[in-house]
Design a protein around this ligand. Sequence first.
Ligand code: 5GP
Length: 212
Amino acid sequence: MSEEKRDGSLVILSGPSGAGKSALTEYALRSLPGLKFSISYTTRAPRGGERDGVEYFFTDRAKFESLAAAGEFLEWAEVHGNYYGTSRSFIDGVLRQGDDAILDIDVQGARAVKASRPDAVAVFVMPPSFEALRERLLRRSLDDESVIARRLKIALNEIRSYENYDYLIINDDLKNAEREFVAIIIAAHCRMNLRRNAVVSIMEHFGGTADG
Ligand code: 5GP
């Protein structure tokens, strides 16, 4: 198969906190070369082990607001009391190189990105049950109890948005969910509208054009 440069895709991944977005993202990044994680800006404090410029660009509200005013965000939203924003310059850099970007963003962000980039592939991941989600949040013990309670309360509202997405993963078995996520990203590359340039050059070998 030819290795010519193609346009990258945006892969949106949303789902309630604890549904498995980070595990799916890490698996996809390990499995698929040319896939990059979109590093968002946030005003939330780093959790244990998180590094600036790796999981997020950590910033304060004043800096975030000035970046927003300067148009640096493809979208931004207030989630769980903090600001989060997708960096337009980071995404554009990834796509220009022909790489794909995974955007781990909330349901508001997903709606905004789909509106401005309709080609983005939107994937929603949900837990198999409320109990499973509660257990996962308690087990990973990254947040204190009041934060967990708040996240669980918000989960139902987030899950209600599932119909705005192109694909749905129900994460009751992580291995299976990982396979499904990678399959979705691979299939996204095969969409006809992204293959146009490749078809043109193949048709030229046949002495024809893409139209006939
Ligand atoms: P966490 O604080 O657990 O890392 O993320 C909380 C929520 O913010 C998650 O639902 C995550 O998907 C969302 N989020 C992370 N980055 C962004 C972003 O740039 N934009 C939006 N809209 N949501 C984000």
